[in-house]
Design a protein around this ligand. Structure first.
Ligand code: KG4
Ligand code: ZN
Length: 376
């Protein structure tokens, strides 16, 4: 079963062909990051216009890379939501038109279920198979969500299994990736902020923690203990910077460097003082701690056998190391996508469509984009 996946929920136009929900035959992602960079975040109107420009060539390239004609795919899976409605509409409309003209079954895929399948795709590639029940943390620029996942016991093929999700918690305010992007903007470290802060914080950690550096406490949320909150840490960094004007002076050369296109961590590192690196390291330690603790507590309470972590922030080195270490201590295995599958892509959408295709859960012409589309 070769499924063409189409993804356009945010700022990546993506198409991929995946066989049997596991084997990636092609995976094409056109990122709009350059377009949104000067605004420090995704501008919805620009995003949908760019999806319109990219969707046809991206799908064509996915078919060429897989060495097959679109007429030879068995089905089409398209992201239905959640996401930016104008962006989603481009993929949904194109997917529907393509399915109709080629007379192929169409599956409307939940983007969040796609992120779960990104983990399963990677596990399959490395000949592993996460055991269920599991908990899954989806952590990106748009989402910070925690689910429990159970699998219908009857299926032998783990990738064909229908998964059942229950939402355990989510962010009350900013997504974790959003906090990375805002802190990076404040300190003139470019956009998106996550990958650069990841590397700069690692450099600070290698130099050891300074006794007089900033310390941010654990964020406590009232009510649901599996909820998250990241606006507090973002504001704490802002206040810390305001109280120390040298951070602002130091940021100016970085702004100039970014204007010249020098945005790699290696280019920005010499323009960062040890206190800036220490601030970034403490910011990251706080975010990682606030993500790992509720996830592992949920895993323990639900007797989960595996912890799945997906979404753009799942690429973070410290997050991965901390999860692996802490989960192992509690007898749980942690699974991540490869870095390429962590961020938005269409291979995960094609993979997520597969069990629904097998179960005959097909979409019709009424399929619509859903800005808000809960997984459970
Ligand atoms: O999943 P994604 O590509 O897009 C959505 O937001 O849906 O995630 C992008 C987010 C951005 O906020 C980016 O700063 C963050 O993921 N990110 C990272 C890392 N790589 C990307 N955050 C922390 N560490 C990273 N290595
Ligand atoms: Zn996503």
């Amino acid at each position: 079963m070769r499924i063409l996946g189409i993804e356009s929920s945010c700022d990546e136009t993506a198409a991929a062909i995946v066989a049997d929900g596991r084997e990636i035959l092609s995976n094409v992602v056109a990122s709009q990051v350059e377009l949104h960079r000067k605004y420090g975040g995704v501008v919805p109107e620009l995003a949908s216009r760019e999806h319109l420009r990219q969707i046809v060539p991206v799908v064509r390239e996915a078919s060429e890379q897989a060495g097959m004609r679109l007429a030879d795919v068995d089905a089409i899976g398209v992201t239905r939501g959640p996401g930016l409605v104008g962006s989603l509409l481009v993929g949904v409309t194109y997917g529907k038109a393509l399915a109709k003209s080629l007379d192929k079954p169409l599956i409307g895929v939940n983007h969040l279920e796609g992120h779960v399948h990104a983990v399963l795709l990677e596990a399959w590639r490395t000949a592993k198979s996460p055991k269920f029940p599991a908990v899954c943390l989806i952590v990106s620029g748009g989402h910070t969500l925690l689910y429990s996942i159970e699998a219908a016991a009857t299926q032998k093929d783990p990738l064909a299994v229908q998964l059942r999700y229950k939402r355990l918690g989510g962010t009350r305010d900013d997504a974790a990736g959003e906090a990375y992007d805002k802190v990076a903007k404040l300190l003139e470290l470019g956009y998106p902020g996550g990958p650069v802060i990841d590397q700069l914080a690692a450099a600070a950690a290698r130099n050891g923690t300074k006794a007089d550096g900033p310390r941010f406490g654990t964020t406590k949320t009232r009510g649901n203990r599996y909820d998250f909150s990241f606006s507090g840490i973002k504001t704490a960094v802002l206040y810390y910077v305001r109280a120390h004007p040298e951070f602002v002076t130091e940021a100016r050369p970085r702004r100039a460097a970014l204007r010249e296109g020098k945005r790699k961590a290696s280019e920005l590192m010499p323009l960062c003082s040890p206190v800036t690196l220490e601030l970034l390291a403490e910011f990251q330690r706080t975010v990682v701690r606030d993500l790992v603790r509720p996830t592992l507590e949920a895993a323990e309470e639900l007797h989960a056998e595996s912890v799945l972590v997906s979404g753009g922030v799942a690429a973070n080195a410290e997050l991965r190391q901390t999860f692996e270490k802490e989960a192992a201590r509690r007898g749980c295995e942690t699974y991540f996508p490869s870095r390429a599958l962590s961020t938005d892509n269409a291979a995960m959408i094609a993979a997520a469509a597969y069990p629904h295709l097998l179960a005959g859960e097909l979409a019709d012409e009424a399929l619509d984009a859903e800005a808000i589309f809960p997984l459970s």
